[in-house]
Design a protein around this ligand. Structure first.
Ligand SMILES: C[S@@+](CC[C@H](N)C(=O)[O-])C[C@H]1O[C@@H](n2cnc3c(N)ncnc32)[C@H](O)[C@@H]1O
Length: 258
C-alpha cells in the first residue's frame, strides 16, 4: 500500500507541489472564500491547508482512506472535519458542500464513476465538483523523468510496474469526459502548471528511497546496485546537481456543476 508511507516522506516527494496545485484548482473551479469545501483523498493535508487558508478551518472537511495520513490530517487541520473514508462511500448527507475537490486522486480510485458520483451527491445543486491528475506521460517533470529513466534501465521492461501504464485520466480531456458521464453540468477543463523547489538532487531523491507512492515502491524494490544506477541516471537526465533548482509539473483538471 504505497500511501501507507510516513507522512513526511509523502510531503517531500509529492506534497511540495500540493499547496500550489490546490490553489490553482480552487481558482480554476471558482471556489468562493465563504464556501463549505470537501477535499477527497486529502493525503497529508499539504493541499488541504490551502483550503483552510481560503475558507477557514471550520468550513473544510477532508476524507482519506490511508490511516497514517488520516492521523497526520487530524494533527495538521485542527478545527476541520477529518474522516477516514473513501470517495466511493462519502460519509456525508446529500448537498452538504458548496465544492468537492480531489487532487491527484481520481486516477487511484477503485471505482471512479462511483467516487465522482459521490462527490456530486454531497455537493449542493449549482455547487462545483473539480479534480486534477498529473500529466504523467510528459510534463509532470519529476514522475515522467523518473519512469523514463526506470524504463531505460530495465532490460526486461517495466510492464505494469510503470505507474503510467494504464494510468487513467492522465491525458487531456479524459477527466472532463468522466465529469460529463457523471452528469455534471457546464463542464470545463484544461491544464494547471505548478512548480516545486529543491535544495539539491539529494533533497529530491531521498523520499524515493522511503517507498512512498508507486515510484518510491519501485525504487525500493531494486537491489542496492540497481537503485544506485537508477539514481545516477535520473540525476543525469534531470540535469541537476548540488545547488537549488525548481521543477515544473502540469496537471489536467476538470470542473463542473452539480
Ligand atoms: C497522490 S495522493 C494525493 C494526496 C493529496 N490530495 C495531495 O494533493 O497531496 C493520492 C491520495 O488518494 C488517496 N486515495 C486512494 N484511493 C482513494 C479513494 N478511493 N478515495 C479517496 N482517496 C483515495 C490515497 O490514500 C492518497 O492519499
Amino acid at each position: 500500500m504505497t500511501f501507507a508511507a510516513p507522512p513526511d516522506a509523502y510531503d517531500r516527494l509529492m506534497g511540495r507541489y500540493s499547496y500550489a496545485l490546490c490553489e490553482a484548482l480552487t481558482e480554476a473551479a471558482g471556489v468562493e472564500p465563504e464556501a463549505a469545501v470537501l477535499d477527497v483523498g486529502a493525503g497529508t493535508g499539504m493541499g488541504t491547508k490551502r483550503l483552510v487558508d481560503l475558507v477557514g478551518a471550520a468550513r473544510v472537511a477532508a476524507v482519506e482512506p490511508s490511516e497514517t495520513f488520516v492521523q497526520a490530517l487530524r494533527e495538521r487541520l485542527p478545527g476541520s472535519d477529518v474522516r477516514h473514508a473513501s470517495a466511493e462511500a462519502l460519509p456525508f448527507e446529500d448537498d452538504t458542500f458548496d465544492a468537492a475537490l480531489a487532487h491527484l486522486v481520481v486516477n487511484f480510485m477503485a471505482d471512479p464513476d462511483a467516487g465522482v458520483g459521490e462527490m456530486r451527491r454531497v455537493t449542493r445543486p449549482g455547487g462545483v465538483v473539480a479534480a486534477c491528475v498529473w500529466d504523467y506521460a510528459e510534463r509532470m517533470t519529476l514522475l515522467a523523468t523518473f519512469w523514463d529513466t526506470a524504463a531505460s534501465l530495465a532490460s526486461d521492461g517495466l510492464g505494469d510496474r510503470d505507474e503510467r501504464s494504464g494510468m487513467r485520466f492522465a491525458h487531456e480531456g479524459e477527466l472532463a469526459e468522466l465529469w460529463r458521464s457523471a452528469g455534471l453540468e457546464d463542464v470545463r477543463g484544461g491544464e494547471i502548471v505548478v512548480s516545486a523547489g529543491y535544495e539539491n538532487f539529494e533533497d529530491l531523491w531521498e523520499p524515493f528511497t522511503r517507498g512512498v507512492g508507486p515510484a518510491g515502491g519501485y525504487a525500493t524494490s531494486l537491489d542496492g546496485e540497481r537503485q544506485a544506477a537508477l539514481r545516477d541516471e535520473f540525476r543525469r537526465r534531470l540535469d541537476v546537481g548540488d545547488g537549488p533548482f525548481r521543477l515544473e509539473a502540469l496537471a489536467w483538471y476538470a470542473a463542473g456543476r452539480a
